[in-house]
Design a protein around this ligand. Structure first.
Ligand code: HEC
Ligand code: HEC
Ligand code: HEC
Ligand code: HEC
Ligand code: HEC
Ligand code: HEC
Ligand code: HEC
Ligand code: HEC
Length: 505
């Protein structure tokens, strides 16, 4: 009952914010650059802006220098090789993994219904990691029209109405090619005219117009955005998912691409309250050697970092986030290396397949939780190439060597992380934020500059994950605490941490 009420409240809030954004219009990322130059420049050097590039006046898109994508050769070999940029209305991707092309007829070049070289071959170019993997004839029989169902995740301000391409009716429209600032912050016309924090969304939890359930579904339960707002998983999950449901779809022995959310929600990291932004700076790239990861595995798992029964040839993510998913191409000779990293993290050291019987999804039931097989975690390297220096292994060998990779550590560490005070300085109320590795009884004590305790709150039982404790700026007896320096001490289990707070009332 309570759960239903919460859902209704959440939905009302969601619709409320929807009404507020509807009254605003999209202004484009360029309009944000002058006041937020750092975020703008980071974003410009990430993959998001290049998701879809509209080709105007026959001019090819310009990519940042880190993206080695062989753009110069695209028109020479696309389809039957007779096309030039004047026939191309837009490029899909071309930044990270692969490039596809929309012809002036609104179809993806080379697919069924396309006026340009249908069925000929060469409709998708693969280049992950700056290697020329060449052209493929990807699903040439499918009718692929570049409409809302396709560009809803690749553009900003997408709409099922209207059309983005002159002369081809009914494709739907968008306000900006690529994932712009307003994809994640909502329309910004009011904010640009008169910037405050109340007329722009920190996290714009939007659902796609053709998503009948209005949210993402886990085990049949629709996830409405967190009523406390700033539900980053909902935001990122809207695009980094497949079919809005939690089964992790797979085919051809690989997890399908853009399923980071589907994978992530099956992990202990998600159960512990993490969001995509626990590890990612949403404005920075991670591929092409980007520095978009703000939290390393070793920060929270020092025990495993201290003991890994393997040479330094493999890092945490080589084994725990192997390329078990595929966007454009498979690599090496193992049959277990695609081009997109998995977000499953957990490895089960056995010889069983990680997929269900018909290979359509990652197994996730009582028998086996969704987790990686040593095939991807180990054989992707070990059987990559029969002529390299890495010893080739069978799955039986890999599975037995994988067991006990970190000795008897298990996840037993107890840490208090990400401790911060907001705002600081404050004129009264303060948010005390921190992250717990395990459930713990938490004490908060606030001392003044002479060491007297002005506030305490003890034995607050908290689950693991991100925590927020609000302090209203008053002592335990309700007396207003005066301006000055204070020390906030948070203790959890046998750990504690202190931070300085400035009150300016
Ligand atoms: C004229 C300058 C200006 C422009 C243009 C501008 N902003 Fe801002 N923005 C600000 C200022 C100033 C703040 C901080 C307001 C405050 O702290 O009261 C802010 C805050 C924000 C925040 C934080 C909101 C929060 O809840 O903390 C976001 C997100 C944001 N802007 C996004 C954008 C986006 C997206 C655009 C482009 C559509 C944009 N801004 C354009 C000046 C600007
Ligand atoms: C992929 C989604 C995404 C895109 C694209 C994006 N942002 Fe953000 N942005 C976020 C999220 C999520 C947060 C909140 C992060 C948090 O609370 O940890 C944020 C926070 C901010 C903030 C407040 C905190 C800070 O970093 O100063 C500003 C300002 C901001 N974004 C501006 C922009 C601008 C300008 C652009 C375009 C150049 C942009 N964002 C593009 C997701 C995005
Ligand atoms: C539900 C959201 C969603 C839809 C719908 C979607 N994509 Fe994507 N696509 C993504 C995401 C997210 C990525 C990047 C992450 C990944 O591949 O794991 C991506 C990556 C790509 C890339 C590679 C981009 C690059 O720079 O290398 C291409 C090309 C692409 N998609 C084409 C398409 C086409 C064509 C369609 C329509 C038939 C489509 N996508 C529909 C979310 C989506
Ligand atoms: C509007 C849809 C959309 C939303 C919302 C979105 N993404 Fe993406 N994201 C994409 C697509 C599409 C790509 C592929 C872009 C490319 O490489 O061409 C992508 C690529 C990426 C990449 C790989 C490229 C790079 O720059 O390293 C990362 C990492 C990423 N997204 C993280 C996030 C995070 C974190 C969030 C939430 C804060 C988020 N995304 C929200 C659509 C989206
Ligand atoms: C912010 C802290 C944090 C970061 C960063 C982090 N983890 Fe974790 N990790 C946790 C917590 C908490 C758990 C859950 C422990 C539990 O519930 O038993 C966990 C669980 C795991 C598990 C699953 C253990 C199991 O029982 O299935 C693996 C594997 C793992 N992490 C690997 C990684 C890797 C690899 C990285 C880096 C990409 C990483 N973690 C980053 C905190 C973190
Ligand atoms: C050579 C591959 C490999 C590397 C490198 C590796 N791990 Fe593991 N890790 C494993 C395997 C395999 C397991 C499962 C062991 C088992 O089931 O007994 C595991 C288990 C874990 C677990 C679950 C708890 C436990 O101790 O069994 C965590 C957490 C973890 N690793 C974190 C990390 C972190 C953090 C790093 C980087 C410092 C790292 N791992 C490096 C292969 C690796
Ligand atoms: C525990 C930390 C952690 C969390 C949580 C996390 N990521 Fe990642 N993510 C990483 C790391 C590490 C990489 C790889 C960085 C690298 O290649 O150097 C990565 C890579 C990616 C990529 C690029 C894929 C590729 O092949 O490299 C995308 C897209 C992405 N993450 C999206 C997301 C989204 C969306 C979420 C939330 C649903 C999320 N991540 C949650 C750590 C995390
Ligand atoms: C990033 C690539 C990579 C991954 C992933 C990886 N390894 Fe290795 N492994 C190597 C390399 C390279 C060596 C050779 C080191 C040397 O010659 O000193 C090696 C050596 C070993 C050795 C010792 C040499 C031998 O003859 O057996 C064992 C055991 C081993 N790996 C097991 C594993 C297991 C189990 C996994 C998965 C849990 C794994 N490795 C994942 C690259 C990798």
């Amino acid at each position: 009952m309570k759960k239903h009420l919460l859902l209704i409240v959440a939905f009302a809030l969601f619709m409320g914010s929807y009404a507020y954004v509807q009254s605003q219009s999209f202004v484009g990322s360029e309009a944000c650059s002058a006041c937020h130059p750092e975020n703008y420049n980071n974003w410009l050097a990430s993959g998001h802006p290049y998701k879809f590039s509209v080709v105007e006046n026959g001019q090819p898109p310009v990519y940042p220098p880190e993206a080695i994508n062989f753009e110069d050769s695209w028109m020479t070999n696309l389809g039957d090789g007779s096309h030039d940029w004047s026939q191309i209305a837009g490029v899909i991707g071309g930044y990270g993994w692969k490039a596809r092309f929309v012809g002036n007829d609104g179809h993806i070049v080379g697919t069924a219904g396309s006026l340009y070289s249908p069925g000929y071959g060469h409709n998708q170019f693969n280049f992950y990691g700056g290697v020329d993997y060449g052209w493929v004839d990807y699903h040439p029989g499918d009718v692929k029209i570049y409409n809302y169902s396709c560009f809803k995740c690749h553009t900003t301000g997408g709409d099922t109405l209207g059309t983005w391409l002159d002369g081809v009716a009914g494709l739907g429209t968008f306000t900006e090619g690529g994932v712009g600032c307003e994809s994640c912050h909502g329309p910004g016309s009011e904010h640009v005219a008169s910037p405050t924090t109340s007329n722009i969304d920190k996290v714009y939890e939007f659902a796609h117009q053709d998503n009948a359930s209005g949210g993402l579904t886990i085990d049949g339960v629709v996830q409405t955005p967190d009523p406390n707002g700033n539900d980053i998983n909902f935001l990122c999950g809207t695009c980094h998912n497949r079919s809005y449901t939690s089964p992790i779809n797979s085919s051809g022995g690989f997890i399908k691409h853009h399923e980071q959310w589907d994978e992530f929600v099956s992990t202990k990291h998600y159960e512990n309250g993490f969001s995509c932004a626990t590890c990612h700076d949403p404005h920075k790239r991670v591929i092409w050697d980007g520095d978009g990861i703000t939290m390393n595995c070793t920060t929270c798992h020092p025990d495993q970092a201290a003991l890994t029964n393997h040479s330094n040839d493999a890092t945490c993510i080589d084994c725990h986030m192997p390329f078990a998913a595929k966007s454009g191409t498979t690599r090496g000779e193992s049959g277990y290396k695609g081009d997109v990293r998995s977000h499953l993290f957990t490895i089960i050291a056995d010889t069983n397949s990680m997929f269900n019987e018909d290979g359509s999804a990652v197994k996730d039931d009582e028998e086996r939780e969704a987790a990686l097989s040593p095939r991807f975690s180990c054989l992707g390297c070990h059987n990559d190439d029969p002529n390299d220096d890495i010893p080739d292994k069978t799955i039986v060998q890999a599975a037995s060597e994988a067991a006990n990779m970190h000795g008897e550590t298990a996840v037993k560490e107890m840490s208090l992380l990400n401790f911060g005070l907001y705002p600081n300085p404050s004129n009264g109320p303060v948010k005390i934020n921190f992250l717990l590795m395990n459930p713990a009884s938490v004490d908060v004590k606030i001392f003044n500059a002479t060491g007297q305790m002005v506030y305490s709150r003890t034995n607050d039982n908290r689950s693991s994950g991100n925590q927020i404790i609000l302090w209203d700026g008053n002592s335990n007896t309700g007396v207003d605490v005066s301006s000055g320096y204070y020390f906030v001490k948070v203790s959890a289990g046998n750990q504690s941490s202190v931070q300085k707070l400035v009150l300016m009332k």
